[in-house]
Write a protein that binds this ligand. Structure first.
Ligand SMILES: *Cc1c(COP(=O)(O)O)cnc(C)c1O
Length: 400
């Protein structure tokens, strides 16, 4: 087996680990849950303190016209260029993933009147399924379910079988939250578009770990969160993408003053702003956007392609350790082994894993647990060493 120290020594991104904040009493020896909550940067603490003192306390309400009003769009553009493959004025940072999902999906189905179906898969993230269920009830639509293999994910052929001229919208995850399956976004989009449907992708589990080419792949709409691989912090705002040529046509339903053509005219009726700003509703969560500045600087410096390379090396290593240590102890790997179809995490299953969570935490090993019996190993590429993966899985082996 490869020595983890040798892998760390050969890792071109190893130095980035020093950019993460490690408190003096840090009791974690193996953090394997970057796909749920990314770690903070040293720079983030300084940036928050300076924002509070200089911008909030110092500028007060003048901050809005200094730059805060533009943050949802300037940060959106930056995110679009660093991580999403999106040209300017198509991405905003706002709200939560759930709320943006509602706004975009509602806009999409209303833009395809006469089509009565929304296509999604059984293993999509709960919030995606619940939001669509609500929209279907609101608009008299029907949800059309594709049953996906929980150890794999959505396949173009399944979409081809299910989509038709009655489909308004298809919604899938780029990386499946359970298995880590990486979908063929461009291929599925071609199939959906040929039937006249709009396409929407949830990027929560891929943004910041897998390269994304929204413009190139022909994505119509997308949403995602920034607190996983983008290290935005607990409850950090989400992002939404609306393809430029749909911006005049799609109209999101939460018509607030911040999405208005001229917010401060306080006019009698709603007129949407031009471009991506129309996706906004109310006052943006400025304070919660501060950390993103530091994270996007780091991601831009590291480069998403290099991040992906390390991510695959980490999950490949985790799989090799799982095969050697865990599979003989009754653990099943329920994630794609083909790197081309694997996102940033791998999932292990074994009945009774839930009872191991507490002893793992006691030993400073923090994976992610999903019911009924899945442990997700999500090593964030910029903050996780190979030694950390080795350590975490060896503790798991010993507990088994
Ligand atoms: C984490 C995650 C979300 C989270 O949505 P919130 O509104 O931030 O709670 C949504 N979708 C997917 C696929 C996720 O992984």
């Amino acid at each position: 087996m490869t020595d983890p120290a040798a892998l760390d020594a050969a890792d071109p991104l190893a130095a980035y680990r020093d950019r993460f904040l490690t408190p003096p009493d840090f009791d974690v020896v193996s953090y394997l849950d970057g796909n749920s909550l990314g770690r903070p940067l040293v720079a983030t603490a300084a940036l928050m303190a300076s924002f509070i003192e200089k911008q909030w306390a110092g500028r007060l309400i003048r901050g809005w016209t200094d730059e805060w009003m533009e943050w949802p769009l300037t940060l959106g553009d930056r995110l679009g260029s660093v991580a999403l493959g999106a040209a300017a004025d198509q991405v905003v940072v706002a709200d939560s993933t759930t709320v943006l999902l509602y706004k975009l999906a509602r806009a999409a189905v209303d833009a395809r009147p006469g089509r009565r179906k929304v296509l999604l898969d059984t293993d999509n993230f709960p919030t995606d399924r619940y939001v669509l269920e609500g929209i279907a009830a609101e608009r008299g639509l029907e949800l059309s379910w594709i049953t996906t293999d929980p150890a794999a994910g959505i396949e173009p052929a399944q979409v081809a079988d299910a989509v038709d001229e009655d489909t308004a919208l298809v919604l899938f995850s780029h990386v499946a939250y359970r298995s880590g399956w990486l979908a063929d976004v461009a291929g599925i989009n071609r199939i959906a578009h040929a039937a006249g449907a709009l396409t929407m992708w949830d990027l929560s589990h891929s943004a910041g770990s897998v390269p994304i080419r929204l413009d190139e792949w022909g994505v119509d709409l997308a949403v995602g969160c920034t607190y996983k691989y983008l290290n935005g912090g607990p409850g950090a705002p989400a992002f939404a993408y609306l393809r430029a040529d749909l911006q005049g046509e799609l109209r999101q339903p939460i018509q607030g003053w911040m999405g208005h053509r001229a917010s401060f005219e306080m006019g009698p009726g709603y007129e949407p702003a031009k471009g991506a700003r129309a996706l906004l509703s109310g006052t943006p969560p400025i304070l919660a956007m501060v950390p993103l500045h530091a994270n996007l600087d780091m991601l831009a410096a590291a480069g998403i392609e290099a991040v992906r390379e390390k991510s695959l090396a980490l999950t490949t290593y985790a799989l090799s350790l799982a095969d050697e240590w865990l599979v003989p102890r009754g653990v099943a790997v329920v994630s794609p082994r083909d790197p081309a179809r694997r996102g940033g995490h791998v999932t292990l299953r074994r009945p009774g894993f839930e009872s191991l969570l507490e002893p793992l935490w006691d030993r400073g090993v923090i994976p992610d647990y999903r019911r009924p019996d899945g442990l997700r190993i999500g090593p964030a590429p910029l903050s996780t060493s190979f030694a950390e993966v080795h350590r975490g899985l060896s503790v798991l082996r010993d507990l088994l």
